[in-house]
Design a protein around this ligand. Sequence first.
Ligand code: UDX
Length: 433
Amino acid sequence: MLKIVVMGTGYVGLVSGTCFAELGHDVVCVDKDKSKIDGLKLGTKVPIFEKDLDDLIKSNKSRGRLDFAVDISGVINNSDIVIIAVGTPLDAKGRTNFDYINQCVSEIVAHAKRDLHVIIKSTVPVGTCDSLQKRFNQESSYSIDVISNPEFLREGEAVQDFLLPDRVVIGSDLEDREVIDELYKELSDRGVEILYTNRVTAELIKYASNSFLAAKVAFINEIADLSERLGGDIEDVSHGMGLDKRIGRKFLNAGPGFGGSCFPKDTKALINTGDDHGVDLPLVRAISLSNEMRHKHIVQRIKKLVQSNDEISVLGLTYKAGTDDVRCSPAINVVRELCAQGFKVKVHDPKGIPKAKQELGDSVSYYDDLYEAVNETSVCVVATEWDDYKNLNPEKLANCMKKSNIYDLRKVINKEAFMKSGFKVMVVGYKSE
Ligand code: UDX
């Protein structure tokens, strides 16, 4: 059993900390946001919506293996490992902002009175962990070794992805692997491969993996555009491609584009790394560009269904189902473009409205009832694959709407049922009927 301090209680930090406690370690999750920590300590509020997380937090807190604090000073010197899991957002110029990372390093240097392992779980540009190692060597009189251990969890599946990952990647120049073997013993006992490499390679694996997954999504979205024009069946295309084991079926679902706090940011960060080192990455650049243009193509298709003074409803605002996160959400991009082109937009989302309001303000009308959101609108756009939208009632929708048009960006509605009810149905990757 190891004693662990986790700095940052976002998706990566809170899920990692809780799951390390579940794996048998003694964990304190630290965050400067006192309201977050109070909510976690009192059990009144978990700051993120993730399946199974609430129960795991409760059970590990009651077993005394998980606690929360607002700073590391009182906990760092009886811990074996400090995990940095704070955000690394892009700034206005699209470059990585290291402020939170640097703040963590300064706090560790200021408070550490013993040798430590510092694990970087935040996604940081290639080369960052080596530079952090140099900083610790210069600024701390204790032996602090920096280990890159990128996270591969998906929002909405975060707990499952952590407890049963495809692999654990460790970047370190540590001869002695004992502490990492102990940290991940439960997972390696379950047969999960622990890949040991150097820090630069571990960071590169993270960016290359995310950019490749983003490439699969951007690729199938472009094939979907072609399929719409040619009258193809995009689901059969994905299936037919995926039967080739070298391609694989996953991440070939056409949609409104990839979003979230990772794919958009990580593809841009990889391009920046190439630029910084004089290596052009035209394919990675194209992934980002292809995705960034997608919402304009979608709005062009919507405009074929409506007049300029028509109202439009958008169902689903989060960047995917199963999360409340709207960061870089394609749905939000579509809504913004519709507003920019002068349309009145009414929106619904089962979980994402509070965070969507921070992005869209009062530029749109928000509804808790999706049938109210579609009321009097001329087209209903299904932008996120929430279960709420998989059983939409065509008759009920037709009775609410001014015109019977529906545009399914996630291939979740019952197309035949809507056509039977007199709807004009558009589905991503299929020719308009
Ligand atoms: C991703 C990576 O999957 C994960 O390994 C990494 O740690 C963080 O980034 P996440 O962003 O949570 O995880 O979501 P993911 O499920 O990968 O989807 C990313 C985006 O791609 C979403 O907008 C999703 O809707 C879109 N997507 C994904 C598709 O449009 N089609 C697909 O087939 C898969």
